[in-house]
Write a protein that binds this ligand. Structure first.
Ligand code: SF4
Length: 313
């Protein structure tokens, strides 16, 4: 709730602070257990920073993160370390996070041993079980990361996160480096994990098409803020924010009636100097003088559907 993450900007000969990058600027949302929450936006929107702040990789500048109703900031160091395996990250490029000298089975089982979550004698069985859930055969256990394709490496990355039986997983652009045909397989795996194993995901993506296939709830971010948040059906059937409409217009579809065909003008502004008023006004085809002066607050458009635009209907 009210999550902010600002990074200092430095410059000059002595590396003096010259400003700050408001990567996440007052963001609030709730992840519901067993559901997939999609966080969408272009690069520079702050979506990755949200994911990393939730995982405790960045301390928040302000705001509160609650886990099972309890503010994480108020937990004791012991409680926090017990919480760590509960929250896992799946990277865009799993290869960079895999030790090339470690066999894949060992890489997947490593964290179980580190956290003391399984007697060493049982680790191999747990790894093989988790590999099977992720669509990897037991014979892959002794192979090295370089022997796998991009899609298989992503399955390894997912198995590494899943083996800890986390309460939730942040998946940061997990399919954007994959071929389209492989993307579909990995998305199906996420979907199975959610439906059959009740895993909760924060799924970060720049691609609304991917999000539509997988996510139950969606928040659209622009320059550090959420501009629209809704359940999937409301967002895709009735997108209220011109930015969401522009993102949707860029997704190829055979469906008619997906709302107005809006095109955003120009490029995303420098996130360290976001425009005053509505941050989208420099690109919005519907911008009015009021938009340049007054920042729109999120307001309710329908049940669970909120939009930050002065003129959304
Ligand atoms: Fe566009 Fe104005 Fe709405 Fe911002 S508030 S999205 S500039 S119409």
């Amino acid at each position: 709730t009210g999550l902010k993450k600002y990074f200092p900007l430095t410059g000059g000969l002595f590396g003096r602070k010259t400003g700050e990058l408001r990567a996440v600027d007052d963001v609030s949302f709730t992840l519901r257990r067993g559901r997939v929450f999609g966080l969408v936006g272009e690069s520079g929107s702050g979506k990755t920073t949200v994911g990393r702040t939730l995982l405790g990789l960045y301390p928040p500048t302000a705001g509160e993160i609650r886990f099972n109703g309890r503010p994480i900031q108020h937990l004791s160091p012991r409680e926090r370390s017990a919480l760590r395996p509960q929250m896992q990250l799946v990277f865009q490029d799993p290869y960079s996070s895999l030790n090339p000298r470690l066999r894949v089975g060992e890489a997947i089982g490593e964290a179980l041993l580190q956290h003391g979550l399984c007697p060493p004698a049982q680790v191999r069985d747990r790894v093989i079980e988790t590999m099977a859930i992720c669509g990897l055969a037991a014979r892959h256990y002794s192979r090295y990361p370089h022997e796998f394709s991009g899609g298989q490496r992503q399955r390894i990355g997912i198995a590494r996160a899943l083996i800890l039986q986390p309460a939730f997983i942040v998946a940061d652009e997990p399919v954007s480096a994959l071929d389209v045909s492989v993307q579909a397989q990995v998305i199906n795996l996420f979907s199975d994990l959610q439906q059959q194993h009740g895993v909760t995901f924060l799924f970060i993506s720049h691609d609304l098409g991917v999000v539509e296939h997988l996510c139950d709830d969606v928040a659209v971010m622009y320059l550090g803020q959420i501009v629209e948040i809704a359940d999937r059906d409301s967002l895709f059937r009735r997108p209220g924010h011109p930015y969401t409409q522009a993102l949707l217009a860029a997704v190829p579809t055979l469906e008619a009636g997906r709302g107005p065909q809006v095109m955003a003008r120009g490029e995303v502004p420098d996130p360290s100097r976001p425009p005053a008023g509505c941050r989208f006004h420099t690109r919005c085809p519907h911008a009015q003088p009021r938009c340049r002066e007054q920042a729109p607050a999120l307001r309710t458009l329908g049940p669970g559907h909120r939009v930050a635009c002065h003129f959304a209907l």
